[in-house]
Design a protein around this ligand. Structure first.
Ligand SMILES: [Zn+2]
Length: 109
């Protein structure tokens, strides 16, 4: 069993005890406290890791991924609408001579 030197009386005390059996001095470096600190640090690191992973994972795969897909859909729809507009304009131009012809025919009656 590892021993530590008591800062008050200088006697060697087992690490597993909280206070020096010789003078009753509370040992801040004893095993239970160290374990508690290690546990606390581990819990904090684990919590931070979970928070970081979840906050990074969602934007990369879910949130921004969905926005990118939505943008792509919107761009596709806009290009489709532009195509339709151009087609309609072209058809209107193409139909104009026919309309003129109809007007002339109607006038002749
Ligand atoms: Zn002591």
């Amino acid at each position: 069993m590892a021993h530590v030197k008591c800062p008050q009386c200088g006697g060697y005390v087992s690490r597993s005890v909280e206070a020096c059996p010789g003078c009753g001095y509370f040992l801040p470096g004893h095993r239970i406290l160290k374990r508690l600190i290690v546990l606390l640090v581990l819990a904090t690191v684990l919590t931070l890791a979970i928070v970081i992973v979840t906050s990074l994972w969602r934007p990369a795969v879910g949130f921004f991924g969905d926005i990118a897909a939505h943008d792509a859909k919107l761009e596709h729809r806009v290009s489709q609408m532009e195509d339709q507009k151009q087609r309609a304009e072209k058809e209107a131009k193409d139909e104009r001579p026919d309309l003129e012809l109809d007007r002339i025919r109607n006038r002749g009656r």
